[in-house]
Design a protein around this ligand. Structure first.
Ligand code: PEP
Length: 250
């Protein structure tokens, strides 16, 4: 089974609209020869339209970094799935460790968001991963499996096939301390085995599983060479167009 590699940018809370437009203008010619790779850009809400306009004529995919699960209503400061669709988003990152550990999102909330994303035809990029102390205590597998179990409750096989799951060890995010290819592969294999055990091989063969955590142009090929790692979710190194373009050419 060959899955299409996916290189995804998570800009976090960076850039103005002008900077987003400039980025896209610089990026498109750099990746115009790409064939068998999906490229996804996930800007902050305020830049989604600029990236959407900036991607015109290209195959760049567009995603948000978060959303709320409700349709509409008195949820000050939140953004609904239909609002993301209205801005032409195709993907949404859910359960990023910064949402979990800075903003206190728990698995129950993340699960509601995952279900709601599917209901609105948005593809979730679900992030899972252990903290440093959990790794040091030998709890990595247990933590990942618990997150998957809880975050994917009620998700159907059909939905899951399109889903993207990112293994993002919390200690590797934004720290410059990337996981070894062996650790990254082991965690990605664990995630695929979980999907296989619950949903069967037709589904587990299709789900794309990414590694994220201090991925850079210098180390991306090491991950992409691993069977079972289908791409990368990239924060810091996705902020400059030339660096992000290099990542897509692993
Ligand atoms: C991320 O934000 O998902 C991420 C992996 O960040 P960084 O690449 O900066 O570690």
């Amino acid at each position: 089974m060959t899955r299409r590699p996916l290189i995804a940018a998570n800009w976090k809370m960076h850039k103005t609209n002008q900077e987003a437009k400039d980025f896209m203008k610089e990026l498109l010619p750099l990746i115009s020869d790409l064939k068998d790779v999906d490229v996804l850009v996930c800007p902050p809400f305020t830049l989604i339209s600029s990236v959407d306009q900036g991607r015109e004529g290209s195959k760049v995919l567009l995603g948000a970094q978060n959303m709320y699960f409700e349709e509409k209503g008195a949820f000050t400061g939140e953004v609904a799935p239909a609002m993301l669709k209205d801005l032409n988003c195709e993907f949404v990152i859910l359960g990023h460790s910064e949402r979990r550990w800075i903003f206190g999102e728990n698995d129950e909330l993340i699960n509601k968001k995952v279900i709601s994303a599917f209901e609105h035809d948005l593809i979730p990029v679900l992030c899972v991963g252990e903290k440093l102390e959990e790794r040091e205590n030998g709890q990595t597998e247990q933590v990942i499996l618990k997150q998957l179990e809880n975050d994917l409750k009620g998700v159907t096989e059909d939905h899951l096939k399109n889903m993207v799951i990112a293994y993002e060890p919390v200690w590797a995010i934004g720290t410059g301390k990337n996981a070894s290819e062996k650790d990254a592969k082991e965690a990605c294999d664990l995630i695929r085995e979980f999907i296989h055990s619950r949903f069967g091989s037709e589904t587990s063969d299709k789900v794309r599983i990414l590694y994220g955590g201090s991925v850079k142009p210098e180390n991306v090929s090491m991950y992409m060479a691993q069977e079972g790692i289908d791409g990368a979710l990239v924060g810091g190194a996705s902020l400059k167009a030339d660096s992000f373009a290099k990542l897509t050419k692993f």
